[in-house]
Design a protein around this ligand. Structure first.
Ligand SMILES: [Zn+2]
Length: 328
């Protein structure tokens, strides 16, 4: 059924190409044909250009970045599955004939790293040191085994490290464990563009914290303050559309206010349920898409939010996270 639908879509796509010519061809190429590999066709990717040599790529997991340097290409984050990673690699080849030489990972979640399995062997893979530790732990499990040959080759150990790769000046930032213990922001100071990873994920008003990866809401506040202290102007989040500085300032202010409310209620000795009531917040199970959020390794694309949440029992909602931190 699914495949038939796709076939019909592809035929329509082909007809468009014939009638509308080059413009339609570009759209068709960007959205990607229904791939034949392994039954389920990968979600189409959307390539957005920010500067002559800087792109972000939406779909099939977290946002990715493509930065074309002098002799090679730097990719930030690699999508959820090997087929989606292959599609990203194919999209890079449509942008430039230069080879991918470097991948930078913003954190260890599957929707950002699993596509690495389709990347060329021998490339440099850069990650924060705690991200590498989390990836190594995952590679010992059946779900993460495909990445055993794609571990980071270089780790970031300081809060700020500058690097010039393929002639591109990069600043790699890590302030505190926030979304995970190994978050890394990729900043391009010459263009004032930052790739934040899931520190910013716009489908949720409040941050997503992996407590099982030692993320904390306090570290998230520290991280956002660090991000906002740079002179970055344009921010590509881990999920969602491009953000401006004012968007991030509002996100931080709203989150800090919410966090203070939760802390104040918890300090009064209220139970988590009573804190929720005090905030007029239904319990997670009663909420539409309850407790959802972007995929950890378990959250397959397109799955019902409830199932995804069930597969990730540790991905608690923001209120429960902050409550847990206060009660520690
Ligand atoms: Zn993500």
């Amino acid at each position: 059924m699914r495949n038939k639908k796709h076939a019909a879509k592809s035929l329509r796509g082909a007809a468009l190409v014939l009638t509308l010519g080059a413009a339609a061809l570009m759209v068709s190429a960007q959205q990607g044909p229904a791939g034949g590999a392994g039954g389920r066709a990968p979600q189409p990717l959307m390539v957005h250009q920010l500067k002559p040599n800087i792109y972000w790529v939406e779909g099939a997991g977290g946002n990715s970045a493509v930065i074309v340097g002098n002799n090679g290409v730097i990719v930030v984050d690699t999508k959820t599955t090997a087929p989606a990673g292959a599609e990203l690699v194919a999209d890079v080849a449509k942008i430039t004939p230069k080879p991918i030489t470097t991948v930078i990972l913003t954190h260890s979640d599957g929707d950002h790293v699993n596509g690495l399995a389709s990347f060329p062997a021998g490339i440099a893979i850069i990650a924060q040191e705690n991200c590498k530790t989390e990836m190594q732990a995952a590679s010992n499990t059946p779900a993460g085994a495909a990445l055993a040959d794609h571990m980071p080759t270089r780790t970031v150990t300081k809060n700020m490290e500058d690097a010039t790769i393929e002639g591109v000046h990069l600043r790699l930032l890590h302030f505190a464990p926030a979304h995970t213990s190994g978050d890394l922001m990729v900043y391009l100071p010459d263009d004032k563009i930052m790739f934040t990873g899931d520190i910013v994920a716009t489908q949720s008003p409040y941050p997503l914290i992996h407590t099982e990866k030692n993320g904390t809401s306090e570290g998230w506040i520290t991280t956002m303050n660090g991000i906002l202290a740079t002179d970055a102007v344009t921010f590509v989040p881990g999920h969602g559309d491009v953000q401006m500085k004012a968007d991030l300032q509002k996100r931080l202010a709203d989150t800090a206010a919410r966090r203070d409310q939760i802390k104040a209620l918890a300090a009064q000795g209220k139970s988590l349920d009573d804190v929720r009531q005090g905030l007029n917040e239904p319990p997670p199970a009663a909420r539409p898409g309850g407790g959802g959020g972007p995929g950890g390794p378990g959250g397959g694309p397109g799955g019902p939010a409830g199932a995804a949440a069930a597969a990730r029992p540790n991905m608690a909602d923001f209120t429960a996270i902050v409550y847990g931190e206060v009660k520690k």
